[in-house]
Ligand binder design. Structure first.
Ligand code: ZN
Length: 108
């Protein structure tokens, strides 16, 4: 988490609830689509991190959605998932990393 490059806040963020997708338009013009499931699985809060480190199985509903999101200062986003989880903070750099790995990207 500390080695991430500094990524500027995106130009545009849209939550497409019907498709359970988060659409992000980055400053460099790249458009990413991230599924709510990927975001939920990638939660980096202390609980989820601990579960990952100890190899504890965490059960995540494949149908998980995002109820709402909040901008957390200037640094990133916080999601309120449909399973009630909302502890994770997603810095822009982390979101960009996820988008590059798991996103359904498309260059603008
Ligand atoms: Zn978490």
């Amino acid at each position: 988490m500390n080695t991430q490059p500094i990524v500027a806040a995106p130009k545009e963020i849209r939550l497409r609830k019907a498709h359970k997708l988060l659409e992000i338009l980055w400053q460099d013009g790249h458009r990413s689509f991230l599924s709510c499931l990927v975001l939920r699985k990638s939660c980096a809060c202390s609980n989820c991190q601990k579960a990952q480190q100890t190899g504890r199985l965490s059960l995540i509903d494949a149908e998980v959605g995002i109820e709402r999101m909040e901008v957390s200062g200037v640094s990133g986003l916080q999601f309120h998932f449909s399973d009630g989880h909302f502890r994770g903070l997603y810095p822009w750099g982390y979101l960009r990393e996820l988008a590059d790995c798991y996103g359904l990207g498309e260059s603008a």
